[in-house]
Design a protein around this ligand. Structure first.
Ligand code: FAD
Length: 374
């Protein structure tokens, strides 16, 4: 058994690549493992785009974390000379008092964030591809947009490696054990030891910790309507409707646009065995949304991608030290909204691993909120 690192990172997807970056940049010796190759499409960090926004309806306490994430995305873009964040703006629409619009307004008010309120008539003028009802509430956040998900993971891995992180792919980890002086992990052939272990296993975390469940989430590319782009703003969108929450992106190729449902999802027992074909039900739900809200779009998808959400019981993240295993730090349960946070999650988990605490406000994301924590 060899002690080759200060910190071992278990999983190098969205979160783990960020952890490796922030640890290595802080001067720690990092040894990271992933069961697959870099930037793969079998977990939760693929499919071209991810929404990023700051006026966060899910919980206003996320806003300070997002403010730090925005700084770190800019740092990563500068350091890698890559475009990662496209500030297209984002509108959120729904019926009166829907959770998404109400919570977005609350978060913006609590944190003094700029947010435009549009009447349905203004929304129709600004976003003519969409149908808005007279009773809809609509808000627009200009400082929102989307991230190029694979580029982001690639960039995080690149800077981690540039800061001397030792990143090993196609190397599944089997288990960990707390041992004197730290934690030991095992691959099929070797053992490694370090004072700290950070576990960022994405959907595979559900097999390591209780209280997490995985659901299958298809995303679709549909043909743009013929008149698209003729007028109006091309923003990211989010509808909070009685039928579910649906979101999508501006076209990246001028011919299609991506759309998906945030709510729902079929349970997945084993992330290694996921049905990646489209089922008739997947399409029926999406066509129902498009007919209701984007009626000019083509109704046959030109492509799709199947991804996995890892849901915690309250759909908030778990960022904490392991409750019983000293030396183990966990980032899990990102519940389908974690990607925009990856660099700040990396920073938080690096702080927890190196110092045992972080100045960033994460008290609301600890294990202790679940009575049946591990
Ligand atoms: C369809 C879809 C749309 C989404 N949209 C948004 C959005 O618009 N905005 C947003 O902010 N978030 C969004 N999310 C959520 C976000 O993408 C995820 O929260 C985030 O990508 C999770 O990253 P992760 O590192 O936890 O998981 P992953 O990126 O899957 O990484 C986990 C890694 O751990 C590795 N691993 C696991 N077990 C082992 C092992 N035993 N040994 C070695 N390696 C192992 C895996 O191979 C994998 O690479 C979306 C998610 C999906 C699926």
């Amino acid at each position: 058994m060899s002690q080759t690192a200060d910190v071992i990172v278990w999983g190098l997807g969205g979160m783990g690549s960020a952890v490796a970056w922030r640890l290595a940049r802080a001067g720690a010796r990092v040894l990271g493992f992933d069961q697959f190759g870099p930037v793969h499409d079998r977990g939760s960090s693929h499919g071209e785009t991810r929404i990023i926004r700051k006026a966060y309806f899910e919980h206003p306490h996320y806003v300070p974390l997002l403010q730090r994430a925005y700084q770190l995305w800019a740092e990563l873009e500068a350091e890698t000379q890559r475009t990662l964040f496209l500030r297209s703006g984002l509108f959120i629409a729904g019926g009166p008092e829907c959770e998404a619009v109400r919570g977005t307004r609350q978060a913006a008010a609590d944190h003094g964030l700029p947010l435009e309120r549009l009447t349905p008539a203004e929304a129709r003028r600004e976003f003519p591809a969409f149908r808005f009802e007279d009773r809809d509430e609509v808000v627009f956040e200009a400082d929102a947009g989307y991230l190029l998900v694979e580029e982001c993971v690639r960039a995080q891995l690149e800077v981690a490696a540039r800061h001397q992180a030792d990143l090993r792919f196609e190397t599944p980890l089997r288990d960990w054990q707390v041992v004197p002086g730290g934690v030991r992990v095992r691959t099929a052939t070797d053992e490694f030891h370090a004072p700290r272990l950070v576990v960022t296993a994405g959907p595979w975390a559900a097999g390591l910790f209780p209280g997490l469940r995985v659901v299958r989430k298809p995303a679709f590319w549909f043909p743009l309507e013929a008149a698209a782009g003729a007028a109006g703003r091309d923003a990211a969108f989010f509808f909070d409707l009685p039928a579910g929450q649906f979101y999508g992106f501006p076209s990246r190729d001028g011919a299609t646009f991506k759309v998906a449902e945030h709510t729902g999802g079929e349970p997945v027992a084993d992330p290694h065995r996921v049905d990646r074909q489209l089922a008739p039900r997947d399409l029926a739900v999406m066509r129902g949304f498009l007919e209701e809200r984007r009626p000019g779009a083509g109704c046959e998808p030109t492509g799709h991608s199947v991804c996995l959400y890892t849901l915690s019981a309250d759909q908030h993240f778990v960022l904490d030290r392991h409750p019983t295993d000293a030396g183990v730090v966990v980032g899990a349960g990102f519940s389908g909204h974690g990607f925009k946070f990856t660099p700040v999650v990396g920073e938080v988990l690096a702080d927890l691993a190196l110092r045992g605490a972080t100045p960033l406000p994460i008290d609301f994301l600890g294990w202790s909120r679940f009575r049946s924590a591990v």
